[in-house]
Design a protein around this ligand. Sequence first.
Ligand code: TYD
Length: 209
Amino acid sequence: MRGLFITLEGGDGAGKSTQIRNIERFFEEKGLVVTHTREPGGPPIAEKLRAILLDPANSEMDAVTEMLIYAAGRAQNVREIVEPALERGEIVICDRFVDSSIAYQAYGRQLGDMVAEVNRRATGGLTPDLTIWLDIDPETGKARATHDKDPDRLELESTAFHTRVREGYWSIAESEPDRFKRIDASGTIDEIKDEIYHFLEELCKARGL
Ligand code: TYD
């Protein structure tokens, strides 16, 4: 049987890494094999592209260049990690996926429809079975984030940019309510975990797991 593809979205301070560990635990407790990957990044080639994308020194990067590099890394991640694991019947958890490009590049950078089209080509049309969006307003997120690293190139963008990014996520939530689940990430770690587990249980039930 083909595996399940689950993606997580959410910005600084939303608690994404903690909840990814909770999701992994959920499936491991069911005795299922979990593969974890991330974007930008994943396989070595895509990790090299990640370094280019996030380097604050690359302030001259054009928006179309940026969008294509995210899509390039994604093509490699899908072909090298995600698809093979799904074919082996594993649970694949990806930290960010195409929805990030819709939010940041189509809405944030205002590149519009071409982003979805390029990403359809990059992924061969692969769509997650479930996406969890940990929504937090950018200011609250910034205040909550553990500042253990310097801000990356995208984090240095304006409040207006991050407001557009959030609008992008809202529009996905409205157009794909079955796949794309919004969770208010201003709650406690345990409250968020309970909400996520509810969606995971629903998904498992629908797939007979
Ligand atoms: P990362 O350190 O993984 O951020 P986070 O911890 O917030 O997940 O850096 C990813 C950055 O790249 C983040 O600011 C969002 C941005 N991004 C895009 O702009 N487009 C994309 O397609 C993806 C995957 C990420």
